[in-house]
Design a protein around this ligand. Sequence first.
Ligand code: SF4
Ligand code: SF4
Length: 237
Amino acid sequence: MRQKFRKGILIFSLLMFPITFMLLSPFVIVVSAANGVLNGSAMIFGLLLLFSMVGSRLFCGWLCPGGALQEYVAVVNDRHWNSKGKNISKYITWTVWVSFIVYLWLQNDNLKGDFMYFIEFNFQYFIIYAIVMVLIYMFTLVTGRRGMCHSLCWMAPFMVIGEKLADFLHIPRFRLMAKADDCISCGQCNKNCPMCLDVLTMVEAGAMDSSECINCLECVDGCPKKAIAFGICQKHR
Ligand code: SF4
Ligand code: SF4
């Protein structure tokens, strides 16, 4: 039931994407910064960082339109796409991108905020939207399960930073918890995980924290022994 609800929210988010996609754009934030504007994407990315200090990556698992599209592409290509090498690329591109934005902001003495800057609904807007959708679709079609989340997502690093910051400051946040004694090693959690994480090994080790986990709760809901729980708590030391 919970997963049906999650998928319903993801579909809704995907349907709303023609309206919201410029507010999640890695490009518009650069154009805005070049013109001395702190735009809607910049504000939303900042809010996502703050939210993740308590909500971890719930946005990715439950609300991200790009994630929604990828989950439906996985029906066509269910290939596992998850390794340190594949995951690190998003941090490299993110660092270059954010450094450039900060550089542009610093060039302007009078940085002003404008949530809707550069957003104009016209034919050109929807052509750009269509191109972005095709690119996300094609990338995931080649890579497999949430390949873009692992290798290319420009929003994920903001949330991973929020998670690390919360742990550093001992702020309780949303996380999974394992009851290793209840696990029968059936491997269902590994099969269900859209991020291709080795959940079984995580459960056995009692180490459920992973910066690639999107808190979708597929592993929790699919476990026949209820060996995985979730809640808001501090990092175990
Ligand atoms: S689905 Fe549950 S019982 Fe099966 S391996 Fe995963 S944690 Fe263990
Ligand atoms: S470990 Fe569980 S909650 Fe995290 S991404 Fe995988 S299935 Fe979702």
